[in-house]
Write a protein that binds this ligand. Structure first.
Ligand SMILES: Nc1nc2c(ncn2[C@@H]2O[C@H](COP(=O)(O)OP(=O)(O)OP(=O)(O)O)[C@@H](O)[C@H]2O)c(=O)[nH]1
Ligand SMILES: Nc1nc2c(ncn2[C@@H]2O[C@H](COP(=O)(O)OP(=O)(O)OP(=O)(O)O)[C@@H](O)[C@H]2O)c(=O)[nH]1
Ligand SMILES: [Mg+2]
Ligand SMILES: [Mg+2]
Lengths: 292, 278
């Protein structure tokens, strides 16, 4: 683990007496490598190391009786503060329905997450509806219908030859008529560099004015997480991030990159394939996972 | 990088940055750049584009120089088992492969081995209808090994050329799900000695270092004969296939470059290495 590597980097130095800057830099190299191996983006790691170095090259570490512990603490503090302090949640609109739109790359977990969120709000006694706006992927609408049926949550659909924007608008009308509290809009996966598909989302945002736009990011994403989050945020000014597949053993550095480049909060974690596998985000837990 | 006049520290640092950002991983990137430093000195190479050409050769060697091909049986049924983590692109890649093999004159049958996820069978069924190949399926919740068995019997009876077995996405850390995939393989092996002739691991090109763990554990469970690297039409480079090829000796056989049935190409190590630096 990183803590062990930092301990090891300092272990050989204790005998020398006072610590020099070079000694601390050796330990910081271990930190840099660990962050990159945890999939934190190269540019984000570079800027983090600047902050960490400033705090580490000082009395706090160099005059400490346990410099390794101090460095570990500094790294942990840096990571936790980057993860965001707030227990971010979804604020419901005083004028229902609250419209939540899910977006992200292909296969990130949007449709499954849509159902998980729907179930989460239904358990809080809200009236929920889902809108099947993925008209591209074979049986995508069916997937949401099957999920909705199992939860006894209505799914608004108009088939796959109607535009996603028109389906969403139809869903809002139906939601208002049925006194729905929360409408979850599932969208097709798309590449952030696919201009036409990104324009479709921008148009959808303009037409339906969602209260909440959540970007679903696969926890095992590597360096690309930065570019994905940046593009989606630039195009849509997202409200939050949702990390899926956190039940795997990916360190999850993608979370740091996405949060750093967008400044938006991580709202939920997907922790499995079942409907109940949705958890609140805890910054300190994420920080220690990334540090390994 | 090609703008550098001399091969100084910042040149090598920038190369390392390119490799790390392409998801080759810190260790592999540092090793490649360190080796390049030594070799450029030895060969008295002082020009950037020559150094880059040398680096590309190093990477190509790790990937395996020749174009890896599929183990297709001559005048006998070929069984292809497709595995990988959730959402990687298995079902779509199977559709693409089926389309290509059918275009090449093969009689292809598909097995809807994902009996777990909502509308998984319907998704493959839509594809099979679109492409014009038969699909063997069972009800949701059926034992996937039973579907595989069924499909194999049908493929043998119908004298099909290729049977492709789809499976549910699964994280390599889920022991019971990895046992399930082992069972599917055993059933195929028992019914047709030599099957599955190919076990392909589908890997999303945007995956980070966790891909190495995925490759290790899937390889341990069933043996992996090749990788399908999907979603290369995004901005990710899929560099994790390089340490995977180097450490586990698993070649990339296909790349996915889009969501349509034509968007599957055979992997070419030279072309791939060139795009790493484009
Ligand atoms: N283990 C695990 N699997 C998940 C999680 N969230 C989603 N999945 C699985 O990931 C796969 C993809 O999920 P989908 O909901 O279809 O993803 P999507 O983003 O809607 O995909 P597209 O619509 O094609 O872009 C499915 O096999 C899901 O069951 C999670 O938190 N953990
Ligand atoms: N852009 C792009 N999208 C792809 C590619 N391959 C697959 N996809 C998309 O990725 C998403 C997931 O693909 P699936 O084939 O459902 O993935 P899977 O591995 O079968 O998913 P599970 O069965 O849920 O584990 C779909 O939206 C596909 O259209 C590719 O090469 N490029
Ligand atoms: Mg979906
Ligand atoms: Mg599938």
């Amino acid at each position: 683990s990183l803590s062990e590597k930092i301990q090891h980097a300092f272990a050989g130095l204790k005998k020398k007496g006072t610590l020099g800057e070079d000694d601390v830099m050796k330990a910081l190299k271990e930190v840099q490598i660990a962050l990159l191996e945890a999939d934190v983006n190269y540019k984000v790691v570079k800027s983090m190391m600047q902050d960490i170095k400033e705090k580490a090259i000082g009395k706090r570490v160099m005059e400490s009786l346990s410099p390794a512990q101090q460095v570990i603490k500094i790294v942990n503090e840096e990571l936790t503060s980057m993860m965001g302090k707030e227990q971010a949640s979804i604020v419901l609109s005083p004028n229902p329905p609250t419209i939540i739109m899910l977006c992200g790359l292909q296969g990130a977990g949007k449709s499954t997450t849509c159902a998980k969120l729907a179930n989460h709000f239904k358990k809080e006694h809200k009236k929920v509806m889902m809108a099947a706006c993925d008209v591209y992927r074979p049986a995508a609408i069916k997937q949401l219908q099957v999920l909705g049926e199992a939860l006894d949550i209505p799914v608004f659909f108009l088939g796959d030859s109607v535009s996603p924007v028109d389906i969403a608008k139809g869903a809002i009308e139906k939601a208002k008529k049925s006194a729905v509290d929360i409408l979850l809009v599932d969208t097709a996966g798309r590449m952030h560099i696919d201009e036409q598909m990104m324009d479709e989302l921008v148009q959808m945002k303009q037409e339906i004015k969602p209260h909440e736009i959540l970007l679903v990011v696969d926890a095992m994403t590597g360096q690309d997480a930065l570019h994905v989050a940046e593009h989606f945020n630039q195009g849509l000014d997202i409200d939050g991030l949702l990390l899926s597949k956190m039940d795997g053993d990916a360190r999850g550095g993608a979370a740091i990159s996405a949060k750093a480049v967008t400044g938006k909060p991580i709202k939920f974690l997907g922790t499995g394939e079942k409907i109940g596998d949705l958890e609140a985000f805890h910054p300190e837990r994420m920080a220690s996972r990334i540090l390994g | 990088v090609s703008g550098y006049k001399k091969l100084d520290d910042s040149f090598f640092e920038e190369l390392e940055e390119i490799l790390i950002q392409a998801d080759l991983g810190v260790q592999t990137s540092m090793d490649l750049v360190e080796t390049l430093r030594i070799k450029t000195k030895e060969s008295k190479i002082e020009v950037a584009h020559e150094a880059i050409a040398m680096l590309k050769k190093q990477i190509q060697q790790m990937l395996g120089d020749d174009n890896p091909s599929m183990n297709l049986q001559k005048d006998a049924l070929t069984v292809i088992l497709v595995v990988g983590v959730n959402g990687a692109g298995k079902t779509t890649s199977i559709a693409k492969m089926a389309y290509q093999l059918k275009e090449q004159g093969n009689k292809v049958i598909l097995a809807a081995g994902d009996t777990f996820r909502a509308a998984a069978t319907e998704q493959l069924e839509k594809w099979s209808q679109d492409i014009g190949v038969s699909l063997i399926k069972q009800k949701e919740g059926a034992d996937p090994a039973a579907v595989a068995y069924d499909a194999l019997q049908s493929a043998i009876a119908k004298k099909a050329d290729v049977l492709i077995v789809d499976t549910a996405g699964r994280l390599h850390t889920k022991i019971n799900l990895m046992e399930e995939i082992k069972k599917i393989k055993r059933v195929l092996e028992r019914e047709l000695p030599g099957a599955p002739h190919e076990t392909l691991l589908v890997l999303d090109a945007s995956t980070g270092q966790n891909a190495i763990e995925q490759a290790k554990l899937f390889n341990k469970a069933t043996g992996i004969t090749g990788i399908v690297l999907t979603k290369l039409d995004g901005s990710a480079k899929g560099g994790i296939v390089i340490p995977i090829a180097d450490r586990l000796d698993i070649p990339v056989k296909w790349i996915g470059v889009g969501e349509n049935k034509e968007d599957l190409k055979p992997f070419n190590p030279k072309d791939y290495t060139d795009t790493l630096f484009s």
